[in-house]
Design a protein around this ligand. Structure first.
Ligand SMILES: [Zn+2]
Length: 239
């Protein structure tokens, strides 16, 4: 009888653990609305990806951290902190476009590969010097991927009808948060460092895309924006 009671208690506790973990993972009504919003925005851009099949699903994580990422299983995940941080749907489209571009260009598996190559290089050279060599190789590659994802992602959101000027404004506000010491931003910032160059680069891309394809939406406003034209002209003069 005692043994039966012990079994019953064990079964009950297992049940409670699984119910608790289910309750923890379940999205609230507000989070579910956010999930549907980011899914709708990402799916509206999917057709403009070079490889649309590379997007499997769009997920929402309850974490208050300001972050979003694409993974090697072709999912894009937004953390709730990012949804709360952005000012509007245009800025959500900036983030999603960037992550979709990583998937379209297969950066994730390539990054993993580079990381393996880097660690092999580090092991071969050995010690601190090896670590530095490996890290340098990885970060050079990841900087290249970041530039490519910025460029492609901007086009996806633009073609889907979002205001592309949100791109430089989003990165500028991320930079401002970082400078103010917002800790919840640190992980995203670690893989997506914002420099003045990155913000300025978006301004140059806006103008250049309008010169190349004047039929794009918002080009009337973009080519009349003195701040954007100034950034473009400064860039052209440097080259
Ligand atoms: Zn990125």
């Amino acid at each position: 009888m005692k043994r039966l009671a012990a079994y019953m208690a064990m079964i009950l506790s297992l049940f409670c653990v699984s119910v608790n973990s289910l309750a923890k993972d379940k999205l609230s009504a507000e989070e579910e609305r956010a999930r549907q919003q980011v899914e709708r925005i990402c799916l509206s851009m999917q057709q403009y990806m070079e490889r649309p099949d590379n997007l499997k699903s769009v997920k929402l994580d309850k974490s208050p951290e300001i972050n979003a990422y694409a993974d090697s299983d072709n999912n894009v995940t937004f953390l709730m902190g990012m949804v709360d941080f952005v000012r509007d749907e245009n800025e959500l489209a900036v983030v999603c476009g960037h992550e979709l571009a990583h998937l379209a260009a297969k950066h994730i598996s390539r990054s993993l590969f580079t990381r393996i190559v880097s660690s092999v290089a580090a092991d071969a050279i050995g010690g601190f010097a090896g670590d530095v060599a490996g890290t340098a190789l990885y970060s050079k590659q990841s900087r290249k991927h970041e530039r490519e994802a910025d460029r492609r992602g901007l086009l996806y959101m633009w073609q889907a009808g979002y205001d592309p000027r949100a791109a430089w404004k989003f990165w500028q506000s991320l930079e401002n948060q970082y400078e103010q010491g917002n800790a919840s931003i640190s992980k995203y910032f670690g893989t997506h460092p914002v420099t003045r160059e990155r913000v300025e680069n978006f301004k140059v891309l806006l103008v250049r895309n309008c010169y190349d394809s004047p039929a794009l939406s918002y080009c009337g406003e973009i080519l009349a924006d003195e701040e954007l034209l100034k950034a473009f002209n400064e860039y052209e003069e440097r080259d």
